[in-house]
Design a protein around this ligand. Sequence first.
Ligand code: G16
Length: 548
Amino acid sequence: MAAQLPLDDIARLADLHPKPGHIRFQYGTAGFRTLGSVLDSVLFRVGVLAGLRSKKLDGKTIGVMVTASHNPEPDNGVKLVDPRGEMLEASWEAHATSLANAASTEDFLQAVDAVVKNAKIDLSKPAKVIYARDTRPSGPSLVASLEDGLKAIGAETRDAGVTTTPILHYLVRAINTKGTSAEYGDDSEDGYFKKLSGAFKQLVSGKPALPPLVVDCANGVGANAVEKIVPYLGDSLTFIPHNTATATPGALNNACGADYVKTTQKLPPSLANELKSGERGCSFDGDADRLMYFYIDARNQFRMLDGDKIAALVAGFIVELVKNAGLEEKIRVGIVQTAYANGSSTKYLADRLPVRCVPTGVKHLHHAAEHFNIGVYFEANGHGTVLFSPETQGTLASYEPSTPAQSTALKHLRNLVQLINQTVGDALSDLLLVETVLAHKSYSGVEWDSLYVDLPNRLVKVLVADVRAFQTEDAERRLVSPRGLQGKIDALVKRYEGGRSFVRPSGTEDVVRVYAEAVMKSQADELAFRVAGLVYDETGGDPATRPK
Ligand code: G16
């Protein structure tokens, strides 16, 4: 007889985690994300879903990360990680949303049954799930709800404890590739730190040591990762960690971290006296999957080096290595960006490499990057990585260089494959990548920054009555609804030299985002606020939240 769902177990435990009646949950850009206090039922149901996903994939291990990343401390969230360490396959997002919104236990059982039937899940298969959480105060109780869900579906579980999102992604891939030709690394934090630090030390060996690096850990879980990797790095790199108060209530992402730096285009106040002219630093976000760099220029001004600048730095370095290795004809390097990429970065990169624009969200960038032999993807917010296709990794492994220069470049490329966390954006791995390039090029922030000059830009949020009224096309560069609004934006943009602006609904917050750029800062600011005004006037909202 075919295996059946353990309906009694599921029902009994589901009764302990009722859905709040008034909320509709949506599996969005980065999973479910909202106030931690309303997520109990969602976590239970995600536990059940993770078990089903594993069964569907023949017992491969699925990851579950409990985090709300850059969002404020009271928020929390949860996302699923597929066996290769990637974001959950898009077709399962609808299953996640339907399970999360079932009104009662009975409805939930029906929704689970529908997923089993729709996805043709063989329930006799094993279910294996690994999970982790960031440092948010709501984490422990949400993990307990998740564990109930995993128990209800009978999953075999592994608790990875408090760790970064990219380490959880790494662990998922390491577990699922163990003993195969695609083995990714030892499935432990120790394995992760050894892999990254080993490759980094090889890459910078013989190069003059860079000055110590100030790291703003956003008072989040990245602080733990930075502390742990220090002994592995030895004297190859010195960190000066800041904002490491993971246990201080309210400190997480508060006036610090990658999102603060990107959105305010300012140094976190806590670093005000830390950096002198010419010195560089960087910021992680709350779960350490984003990285922003910055430095203080000769006039003592803060200068930001965002995801676009990281993409330009890294892509240039990789292209050079590919050429020096004599692999230009075999390996095609490409870039993936979103509409948020600064117009100057797109121009700089498109003059040198193929560039693709996709909608916001790592899953979109990641999949587009897989189409290149080496795909470099970074969102302007600092979320990104580099993917080496399996064929390219094979080419790098088997290629026989004909000169010492080719041999050196090849060795560096092979080490980059080890250094870079290819499952997802990883602040720590990306930091080591950036430091590698700076060491090779003998660049300070100044030379790096001068690759191209950013167009002044501004990002603002608008609180509207219904975010779902906003729909986009053309990789989120144009609105299709509310009808008529895009025409008004176009008319406004035309009046600004070098003007560009777009409007999109956030997938992680209940807001609409407005981006604008122009040749002058005052014009970029004005354009952003005028477009925000159009959005506000079109849809209405709480007058207290009118963009100022
Ligand atoms: C998540 C996604 C990113 C996205 C960001 C903001 O990041 O993984 O791809 O850029 O949200 O998305 P939105 O503008 O739709 O709110 P994170 O670091 O919060 O997980």
